[in-house]
Design a protein around this ligand. Structure first.
Ligand SMILES: [Zn+2]
Length: 366
């Protein structure tokens, strides 16, 4: 009765996740002085980033002011205009973590409007001083120039810790993000230096409320969340998202990012009085503890799947595991990086033995 005809099932598109929805022009007033603005993002699985504007007597603080480039900047300008304000009244940018869809707008806000930039004290490029984008040469590349764009692609194809070469973004992608049509230069992709930093559990006065700064690493090493214990608002950044699981990658500077993430999720469950989660992608939601549990369970299930895969395929590379764990449409650097993070977690637990074949890491279950 309920059988779906095979042709029909092929035709039915995958449901669009909230996080993939294109940026709406609508502004939501979450509470007095807290507004959700959506800025356009075109990245795998993401259609917008939420930039939250918090109003006080001095003007506005912006949480995660979006990507670099004209598209995002013009949208932000239009949203501020709808709020009856403009860039001159923005005094602070708060950045939840060191990913470009969250910090990209900071450079221009600081260069043109001298805003303060507030982050967790560990905020930095995940690649440290080795980051290609921190290279002074990268800042001088002209992305409208074919030769320079190839140079940047070469720089971006740095080897992975599991011994393969990264596939750099295509010329089209780099142009789209940073070419003359978006008005962003390669400097906009550098992780900005904060002017104000906070430590875990520090209290912050923003927009007439007292927020507790929470360092909840995992998605990145420097991830900051903000919690208002009076009204129960919780800025979750990408730490907890409503319908997708945040990417946990092995390319960063944490030895066992999955273990770090598990710890942060366990800690998140202590905030059971949160009444409204304000994520960086997707719609606000209220079941923080349930969502943290779901994300933990997702990774527990993935680890189990890796164990079963290992039993059937034997000694195998990260890419081999990835091909068993992900659907073909998802194969690529991000899927490999997440697979690597899971395999390393099992290695550190002593469940799997690492080997190396011609410079490429392989894993074998004991
Ligand atoms: Zn993000």
């Amino acid at each position: 009765m309920n059988k779906i005809h095979p042709e029909e099932s092929n035709l039915s598109p995958r449901p669009i996740r909230q996080e993939q929805e294109p940026a709406s022009e609508e502004i939501t007033e979450i509470a007095k002085g807290i507004y959700r603005l959506q800025l356009p993002v075109s990245m795998p699985g993401l259609g917008h980033v939420n930039c939250y504007a918090l109003e006080d007597k001095k003007g506005f603080s912006l949480v995660d002011p979006g990507l670099p480039g004209k598209d995002s900047w013009n949208s932000l300008e239009a949203r501020l205009d709808d709020l009856g304000t403009n860039f001159k009244h923005v005094h602070t940018a708060i950045v939840t973590h060191s990913h470009v869809d969250h910090y990209g707008g900071v450079h221009r806000l600081r260069d043109d409007y001298d805003v303060e930039v507030l982050t967790h004290s560990s905020f930095s490029s995940v690649f440290g001083t080795d980051d290609i984008m921190e290279d002074p040469d990268a800042a001088s590349l002209d992305l409208a120039n074919d030769e320079d764009i190839e140079k940047l692609r070469e720089m971006l194809s740095r080897p992975t810790p599991w011994g393969t070469k990264r596939e750099p973004p295509s010329v089209e992608e780099l142009r789209k993000w940073s070419g003359s049509n978006t008005g962003a230069d390669s400097k906009s992709f550098q992780v900005p230096k904060p002017s104000l930093t906070v430590e875990d559990s520090e209290e912050l006065e923003i927009a007439g409320r007292t927020w507790l700064a929470l360092h909840l690493p995992g998605h990145t090493h420097d991830h900051l969340c903000l919690y208002d214990p009076i009204d129960g608002f919780f800025f979750s950044g990408d730490h907890v998202l409503p319908t997708i699981t945040p990417h946990i990658g092995g390319m960063g500077n944490m030895e066992d990012p999955l273990a770090v993430f598990f710890n942060s999720l366990e800690r998140t469950k202590e905030f059971s009085k949160v009444s409204l989660v304000l994520p960086a992608h997707g719609h606000p939601f209220n079941n923080l503890v349930e969502r943290a549990n779901d994300i933990i369970q997702h990774h527990v299930d993935r680890l189990q799947l890796i164990r079963e895969t290992g039993d059937s395929i034997g000694e195998a590379s990260v890419d081999d595991y990835m091909k068993h764990l992900f659907k073909e449409r998802s194969w690529g650097d991000m899927a490999a990086s997440e697979t690597y993070a899971h395999l390393e977690h099992l290695r550190i637990l002593g469940e799997v033995l690492p080997e190396e074949k011609q410079g490429v890491k392989t894993y074998k279950f004991a």
